[in-house]
Design a protein around this ligand. Sequence first.
Ligand code: AR6
Length: 181
Amino acid sequence: MDIKIKNATLSLIQGDITLQETDAVVNAANTRLAGGAGVDGAIHATGGPSIMAECRKIGGCPTGQAVITAGGNLKARFVIHTVGPVYQGGGSGEAAQLKSAYLESLKLASARGLKSLAFPAISTGVYAYPLEEAARIALMTVMDYIGEHSDLELVRFVLFSRKMYDIFAGELKKLIQQPEQ
Ligand code: AR6
């Protein structure tokens, strides 16, 4: 599913983030940038050890922030590593932290002059964020950003399962129908 916002395309696909040919792919990392399971494990496995070497030099990344490394053996030239919140019931600022993880990744892509970016569904795996709310926050943050900034031409959400694709597509349809909410 694709929609146009100003000059940019917001795209949803079912797939594997490690295969994307966008300028950068976003990694759902942890604060130590230490690697792990899920997207993080897949990106390091496919991208090779140079990505971890750069992560070690950077040292870490607070929740809601983002850092950038080269893409190693990935097709993407860069990896933006961001850290989403661990979901703890919703009363610990998780929504603001999740929004910030997307926003800081977008800002970093803009600052580097990148034109295309692929996101996974941050925090929806190991970090257990409720799926519909996570999808809504992800989509609203990206839609607002590309509506206000003309530099990014493509933002693609790469959803690993059919279920997650359907959740994102459902939330996107709701947002398009009721853009003020
Ligand atoms: N491509 C796209 N999406 C994927 C892929 C893939 N190759 N693999 C998994 N997903 P997660 P988190 C989906 O757990 O919740 C790591 O250990 C997955 O189905 O990767 O932010 C880190 O080191 C889910 O919907 O990230 C951290 O410690 C989504 O990606 C911690 O997990 C995110 O799941 C971060 O947890």
